[in-house]
Design a protein around this ligand. Structure first.
Ligand SMILES: Cc1ncc(COP(=O)(O)O)c(C=O)c1O
Length: 389
């Protein structure tokens, strides 16, 4: 038979999914995959049930239903301080992933260059790879994950069209500061670049860090596509609802692309979300308290057993180094350490190398996700201490 497309040759199951299967096989606790197993808000679930009962079952407008767009406008204006002006600045998508894919089709031709930062969120680079977009990556180092802007500027060529940033970051937990975003903005203006910003963990920032959207800074809205999602904020990763916010002419083209790719995001779920959208501060305060507690627990546990732990500034992952344990049997590199923790402690994590173009850069790192029910996270920590303590 004739072969499948050449694109499929580059597709492999992500490390994260295969780790999930291995953790399941030993009936372990999975702190690998970034899936939050907390319930979605009741108000949203009730809204969706009502929408299904009322047969809100037909295609929605490809840009999203009006009531949800209005919710998003309110949120983007008040929480993100982004100067969106009308529903034409918003596109409801199938998760932020749907928005990222359409953004890449909206902005790039094969041959264009894009700059990303390492450690990377793999989906960004894989999607760009499928689109044949050349990627330049800039390596950031723990524990500060600081950006050398001279180095960044040296990566910009005449073909560079955009910079992709993820803040708060998966896996590093870095939250871009206002000053860093301003410096980035200067380079974008100087070299006429766009930015795609992935802000899906925007409500999870700790200590004195707070989330700032690049598009909220002077003159940045016109060249920034802001992506976010309800997956993480409302524990509804499987509902596939996210959005892009940006200038009308870009959003319009992205909307036409979304229409071609999947027509619209699921209609009854859009209604459910619009109806039950938590608007008071309580929901977000509780979410933050919950994650702050869980962050303390996992960071202290890992420190106790000898990891070097840069405490995350945001998101719900700890990207910790086991280099101090490297002389222990089973900890010679990230692959071995990950296997050891699965087999000996029954706890899943993700190998650091998965987040770098050169896997050696993550040789002594493991990523642990703390978006877990409290009792499961406590049990996972107990197991880690029992095995390594
Ligand atoms: C940085 C980042 N962006 C996007 C996503 C996926 O988001 P969505 O469910 O909105 O497609 C994830 C999920 O882990 C993520 O970590």
């Amino acid at each position: 038979m004739k072969p499948l497309s050449s694109i499929t040759e580059a597709l492999i199951q992500s490390d994260i999914r295969s780790i999930t299967a291995r953790v399941k096989a030993v009936d372990g606790i999975n702190l690998g995959q970034g899936i939050c197993d907390m319930p979605a808000p009741d108000s949203i679930k009730e809204g969706a049930k009502k929408a299904i009962d009322n047969d809100k079952s037909i295609y929605a407008p490809f840009g999203g239903i009006d009531s949800l767009k209005q919710r998003i406008i309110d949120k983007v204006q008040s929480f993100n301080n982004i100067p969106v002006r009308s529903p034409d600045n918003i596109l409801v998508t199938s998760g932020s992933t749907g928005a990222f894919v359409t953004a890449t089709f909206g902005l790039f031709d094969p041959g264009d260059e894009v700059i990303l930062f390492e450690p990377l969120y793999g989906y960004h680079s894989k999607i760009l790879e499928l689109r044949n977009i050349k990627q330049e990556t800039m390596l950031l180092n723990p524990p500060e994950w600081d950006i050398n802007f001279d180095k960044l500027e040296s990566l910009i060529t005449a073909k560079t069209k955009a910079i992709v940033i993820t803040t708060p970051n998966n896996p590093s937990g870095k939250v871009w500061s206002r000053q860093e975003l301003q410096q980035l903005g200067k380079l974008m203006t100087k070299h006429d670049l766009y930015a795609i910003t992935d802000e899906v963990y925007e409500y999870m920032t700790y200590d004195d860090h707070s989330h700032i959207s690049l598009a909220s800074l002077d003159n940045m809205f016109e060249r920034t596509i802001t992506l976010s999602s309800f997956s993480k904020t409302f524990n509804m990763t499987g509902w596939r609802l996210g959005y892009a916010a940006g200038p009308e002419h870009i959003i319009e083209q992205m909307g036409l692309l979304s229409d071609l790719f999947y027509i619209c995001a699921p209609t009854p779920l859009q209604h459910g979300l619009a109806d039950g959208y938590p608007t008071g501060d309580d929901y977000y305060e509780e979410l933050l308290q919950d994650y702050s507690r869980k962050r303390n627990l996992i960071c202290k546990t890992l420190e106790k057993v000898g990891f070097d732990v840069p405490w995350p500034e945001g998101a719900y992952y700890v990207f910790a180094s086991f280099e101090p344990l490297r002389d222990r049997p089973g900890f010679s590199d990230d692959q071995e350490a990950c296997s050891t923790l699965i087999e000996e402690a029954g706890v899943g994590s993700v190998t650091g190398g998965s987040f770098f173009t050169n896997p050696d850069d993550g040789k002594y790192l493991l990523r642990f996700c703390f978006a877990k029910k409290e009792h499961e996270l406590e049990e996972a920590c107990r197991r880690i201490v029992d095995y390594l303590g």
